[in-house]
Write a protein that binds this ligand. Structure first.
Ligand SMILES: [Fe+2]
Ligand SMILES: [Fe+2]
Length: 474
């Protein structure tokens, strides 16, 4: 065999491996599928954990990171599922838990009582174990016979590495020595679960160890109330109506761009709300969760576009821009998941006509802020995708599309945004923060404030974000 030569020394075997590598015994289909099902389970549970924990996670950077990582895990779930479906595997059995100890492992992380323990469990235990499994698959399998799985594993590894890079930094900043000491027993429990499962991929000899649930001893309960870190000091503030300003023809494009960056950053409430729909909606086909998570990630990107836009203009947003959570709080606590989806669909339908996303893009262009024009261009494209997701997963349950839109409007109208009560209870003064941020904007640009823009003081007390007049509840 050593004398085997390819034609004119060209790469043999399509360049995927050497002749001797292609001769190794590798993994049988049965063993390959057994391992793939474990990666599938791990990505699915991680997706669940990221989504379930992001709404009540106060730290904005983690909310954003969890949004991305949920999306990456969802995409990997889809890729691994597709591959398993190619391997003589009907019925796929993808809803079966591959190992009871792995189930406890992920249940424990899902129920971690603090942010620090949560990130420790995800980034220091689960993802490294998954990475080791994917690497081992690459080493163990026959690269010619199992090339399609190998390709799936290689792409998965790239994204697992991205998640780990973020996670190492997070753990480095948040988890200090004393906390490690305090959580040592729990950390050992996670290690024991993996050891008792024969590793995440089940390739090791299972260690016989007694596993006793701690944080998951009582079943995890979902917390859909949004929380924010200290850079969001006035989360009930509904004192500046962004939409009334944006659609008022008398105001110029430049301050409208500033207002749009606020509108984008405020979209942090969309992942907070969508996460609750995804978590509380069970028994949908997997593609539903994948599509909804993609949209959730887009909305997180939109929030970060706003953050970048404000930073680029030199605006101190935590001090001068009051980013509220009233919409996600109200929807998550007052509506059923399908009703929240209806509101989302209703809002997104309203964004497609002339006065929606195209208008925002045109404002970006007219304002001569290239970042705003760029971000709105992509925001518009994302919105077209979201309208498609809405049609696929919400609209198709209605026989009349108009009824689907009306239902969303009705659900939104039922939500009690208790503008006056929040003020009476001292939760907010609904302070008009607009003049301060506009002054800062003008100062940084070296321009004189426009008196009309400076005097803007329309709140959300009477007019909703879709410009609909609110009859009661103020
Ligand atoms: Fe958005
Ligand atoms: Fe959207």
């Amino acid at each position: 065999m050593n004398t085997y030569q390819s034609y004119r020394n060209l790469p043999a075997l399509a360049g995927i491996c050497s002749m001797s590598e292609a001769m190794k015994p590798g993994l049988s289909i049965e063993e390959c599928v057994r391992r793939l099902k474990r990666y599938h389970y791990a990505f699915k549970r991680l997706h669940q954990i990221f989504i379930a924990r992001l709404t009540a996670e106060p730290i904005y950077e983690l909310k954003m990171g969890f949004s991305l990582h949920a999306h990456l895990c969802a995409e990997q779930v889809s890729a691994v599922r597709r591959r398993i479906g190619e391997m003589r595997e009907p019925p796929l059995g993808l809803d079966i838990v591959p190992d009871a100890k792995l189930e406890i492992f992920f249940d424990e992380i899902l129920a971690a009582p603090t942010t620090e323990e949560l990130v420790l469990g995800i980034y220091e235990k689960a993802l490294p174990a998954l990475k080791a499994g994917l690497e081992r698959h690459g080493n163990d399998t026959n690269p010619l016979a199992d090339q399609p799985s190998l390709r799936v594993c290689r792409f998965a590894q790239l994204e697992v590495d991205d998640m780990l890079k973020f996670g190492y930094q997070v753990v480095g900043q948040l988890v200090h020595h004393a906390l490690r000491e305090r959580t040592r027993t729990w950390s050992s429990l996670l290690d024991d679960c993996l050891a008792a499962a024969g590793g995440l991929d089940g390739t090791q000899v299972p260690v016989c160890v007694n596993i006793v649930r701690r944080h998951s001893a009582t079943p995890y309960t979902y917390d859909g109330r949004p929380k924010r870190d200290e850079r969001f000091p006035d989360p009930y503030n509904m004192g500046v109506n962004a939409e009334c300003f944006l659609y008022d023809a008398k105001f110029p494009a430049e301050p409208k761009t500033l207002m749009m960056f606020y509108k984008r950053l405020r979209e942090v409430d969309v992942p907070e709300m969508m996460a609750s729909i995804i978590t509380e909606t069970i028994d949908k086909p997997w593609e539903y969760y994948r599509d909804m998570t993609r949209q959730l990630w887009d909305e997180a990107r939109h929030a970060m576009m706003g953050e970048v836009g404000l930073a680029n203009l030199g605006i101190d947003w935590p001090r001068n821009v009051m980013v509220n959570f009233t919409w996600s709080l109200a929807l998550n606590t007052q509506l059923k998941p399908i009703e929240r989806h209806a509101v989302l669909y209703f809002i997104e339908q309203g964004l497609m006509p002339r006065n929606g996303k195209r208008f925002e893009w045109e404002v970006g262009l007219a304002s001569h802020n290239p970042l705003s024009a760029l971000f709105q261009d992509y925001d518009w494209a994302d919105e077209v995708l979201h309208a498609r997701i809405g049609r696929d997963w919400y609209l198709k349950d209605f026989d009349d599309p108009r009824k689907a839109v009306q239902y969303g409007d009705q659900c939104w109208s039922r939500v009690l945004m208790d503008w006056g009560k929040w003020r009476e209870e001292g939760l907010t003064a609904h302070r008009n923060w607009w003049p301060d941020v506009y002054r800062q904007f003008c100062q940084n640009q070296g321009i004189e404030p426009d008196p009309d823009v400076l005097a803007y003081s329309t709140t959300y007390a009477e007019v909703r974000a879709d410009l609909k007049t609110i009859s009661t509840s103020a």
